[in-house]
Design a protein around this ligand. Structure first.
Ligand SMILES: *Cc1c(COP(=O)(O)O)cnc(C)c1O
Length: 389
């Protein structure tokens, strides 16, 4: 089969306006707030090292810009999900010599894909080994290619990825792990966002006992919420993702993180309704006589979830403007009757993620979590990056 040329935007004829002007929605990522959050988490976790989880394209915000901003702030350790994400982060970090101090490390969380061993070495990525079989394959690879660093993941109660405790004890006991250059031993908390959950302490004590079997190897347990469980959970390295991007690590306390994300959608058309009528698909929305409706260029294809049609909204300045009817693929309609007319004309914007409606607020309204809101924000949303050193 003949391959089609990749129709990338930069190969298309240039338009006369800027991307931000043409875009229906604009996502602003505040890289200074991101860097502040990383420093803040680092202070809370000290003396533990603060790494950064930048999987899923840095939770949808753009791994290139995010990684560079964090590197400029001093972050040396990154976690991604796949080899391809690792290659992208490596290229964002640039040549190792360009950055002073301890070398940058990029850990790949998804284990050793068959046939991919050479990719870790070629791209300077550190695999996180998940089973005795993976440990054996990596040891075999190191026997012929030199001692290459790896992480080891133990399952202490998440029951998802990682080797079980008995397998880890066996590998630690027979000296297998001592012969490998193990750069990190890690596990993952299942309930860190519920501080009172008994599984937290259970996982922590199990992990601490297991990590002691590899003396001198740095240990890592805490994600964002784990950091807020206190010093014993921070071990030698913490791995925040969500809190870096401004999400609340726990629901039962005010969120101390700075907001990183702002999303606004452009008004395409405004209409004043002269008599009561239905709005949108399924005639599910109702507009009363005299109401002013603004339709914006954002829909579920942008990650603005359809579920929001039932009770969601946005803001114009301080004014709450409710959604009316269903969210469509590319469009959503808001009742802007209460907002100033001068701020709700065609070409003006409605704020969808802002200090008045955080990512977590939007997630609650959509019946989901902030992680899903961020990672679903579509590529076609125009991205602006502020700051970043
Ligand atoms: C995603 C992930 C993290 C980051 O979790 P947050 O809740 O976003 O801080 C840390 N560790 C592992 C193993 C992960 O998969």
């Amino acid at each position: 089969m003949k391959r089609m040329a990749d129709p990338r935007p930069d190969a298309l004829p240039r338009a006369e306006t800027s991307g931000a002007e043409r875009a229906g929605a604009v996502l602003t990522v505040d890289l200074d707030a991101l860097a502040d959050n990383w420093r803040d988490l680092g202070r809370r976790a000290a003396p533990a090292i603060c790494a950064a989880v930048v999987k899923a394209d840095a939770y949808g915000l753009g791994a290139l810009a995010v990684t560079r901003a964090l590197a400029a702030a001093g972050c040396r350790d990154y976690f991604v999900s796949s080899i391809d994400e690792g290659i992208a982060v490596r290229s964002a970090l640039g040549a190792p010599s360009a950055l002073a101090g301890r070398p940058m490390r990029v850990f790949v969380l998804s284990g050793l894909a068959r046939g991919a061993l050479g990719d870790f070495a070629r791209h300077d990525l550190v695999p996180v080994l998940l089973s005795p079989d993976e440990v054996a394959r990596w040891a075999g690879y190191c026997a012929s290619h030199g001692r290459l660093a790896a992480g080891i993941k133990i399952d202490t109660g998440m029951t998802r990825l990682g080797m079980d405790e008995a397998a880890f004890r066996a590998l630690a006991g027979d000296g297998t792990l001592a012969r490998l250059p193990v750069a990190l031993v890690m596990s993952h908390l299942a309930c860190a966002d519920e501080p009172a959950h008994p599984l937290n302490e259970d996982q922590r004590t199990r992990f601490a006992a297991l990590a002691r079997l590899l003396p001198g190897v740095p240990a890592s347990l805490a994600n964002s919420a784990g950091i807020f469980l206190g010093a014993p959970y921070c071990a030698d390295m913490v791995r925040p993702g969500a809190a870096l991007y401004g999400l609340a690590a726990r629901a039962d306390a005010p969120n101390p993180m700075r907001q990183v994300v702002h999303l606004k959608a452009k008004i395409l058309q405004v209409r004043v309704v002269d008599s009561p009528r239905s709005v949108g698909y399924g005639a599910a929305g109702r507009a009363g006589a005299g109401s002013r409706l603004a339709t914006v260029a954002v829909g579920y294809a942008d990650g603005f979830m359809r579920r929001l049609g039932d009770g969601g909204g946005g803001h114009v300045g301080d004014c709450l403007v409710p959604l009316v009817g269903r969210v469509s693929m590319d469009l959503s309609t808001f009742d802007v009757t209460a907002a100033p007319e001068a701020a709700t004309r065609t070409g003006d914007y409605i704020d969808l993620i802002s200090p008045r409606q955080t990512v977590d607020d939007l997630a609650r309204a959509a019946g989901t979590i902030g992680y899903e809101v961020l990672t679903r924000l579509a590529r076609r949303i125009h991205r602006l990056y502020l700051g970043g050193g």
